[in-house]
Design a protein around this ligand. Sequence first.
Ligand code: GAR
Length: 219
Amino acid sequence: MKNIVVLVSGGGTNLQALIDAEARGEIPNGKITCVIASNAEAYALTRAKQNHIKTRVLVRKEYATIQSYSAAMVEALHEENADLVIYAGFMTILDEQVTNAFPFKMMNVHPALIPSFCGKGFYGLHVHKEALKRGVKLTGATVHFVTEVCDGGPIILQAAVPVLENDTPEILQRRVMEECEWKLLPRAAALFCDGKITVKDGIVHIAVSYTHLTLPTIR
Ligand code: GAR
């Protein structure tokens, strides 16, 4: 059984999707053992407590530099014996101390089809505002491994949704979450915990057959 540590900063709907998937038996070889928040007010902490999951808070502002914050994060992740670290709406970019300590053992969910609308400054609602501004007709979500390049690690899973005529950033965000993020992230966690994911020359290979990237139901 793999220990999953989830990093959060906000509302935690992706954390909830992971909790619900685990409860339904959809992550048979993984268990969420700890949730670490970057701020004490994150509602994600309440979700963790309601589900009797251990919580920790590492407040970014209490550390003078990103280096000292990243060092504290590595220590916390080692203390929690993390096998898989999931960024679920975690809004702090950690340095290479963290990615070096957990190579291809950290995954992030990003609310766009990488390589579109990603990198520094593209987070949360901003991503959907930019997608609407550009007039794309399809958007979606990406789960990828975390490397030292922001949103640049190997892509694990993607799913797409249409952008509709009267979408606001909030409406589009909700569609991307419901139809993409909340399905992809638990699925990626399950595949990792089942040992089905390998990375070769920067490309993820998944040892199960599935039909099409826009269909998040993967057999
Ligand atoms: C999600 O849409 C997630 O993809 C995004 O923040 C939201 C967090 O929501 N993450 C990023 O933009 C990271 N670059 P949640 O706290 O309800 O899961």
